[in-house]
Design a protein around this ligand. Sequence first.
Ligand SMILES: C[S@@+](CC[C@H](N)C(=O)[O-])C[C@H]1O[C@@H](n2cnc3c(N)ncnc32)[C@H](O)[C@@H]1O
Length: 180
Amino acid sequence: MREPNATIAAWADHVPAGVRVLDVAAGGGRHAQLFGARGCAVTAVDRDVAALRALAAPSLEILEADLENAPWPLPDRRFDAIVVVDYLWRPLLPTLAASLAPGGLLLYETFAAGNERFGRPRNPEFLLHDGELCDFAATHGLEVLDYRSGAVGEPPRAVRQRLLARRPLTDRDAARCADL
Ligand SMILES: C[S@@+](CC[C@H](N)C(=O)[O-])C[C@H]1O[C@@H](n2cnc3c(N)ncnc32)[C@H](O)[C@@H]1O
């Protein structure tokens, strides 16, 4: 099992124990395991769930779904935290924002423009634009708790963007965020 992404591990303390967590494009389940070990009720979605099934974690809900060519598999569900790492499908972003419960957190990190200098992904479709996650948060009334963007590693080996954002508890809070 790969180590969890360092940013997600650092932010994990913001997610209360025992809450509902969605791991989008969960891959081998390293973040599903991270939050499962913290007593969270984790739902992991991926189009290839073989590695998730191999985890044999009875409390883990595994959903096999193509997030790009099929309807969203969790239309009536809300989550207290949503984790996305190394995956970008822009049409899904509004759905992720809408799937956050009031007070829910979005923990997102993936590659950004400029990464093509270092390696894959190079396709702009899979690289965030400058400030894109911040703009996304503003558009959907999410409060930005942490945001970083730029080259990572010494010497630099990738360009990444990361966002920790919260859905406000009430519409009034959302309006206040939009005014900031
Ligand atoms: C680079 S891996 C990241 C996995 C995981 N988030 C992590 O950080 O370890 C990208 C994941 O996206 C999944 N994926 C790619 N396209 C998908 C799609 N259309 N629907 C669902 N999952 C998809 C892949 O199966 C893969 O597990």
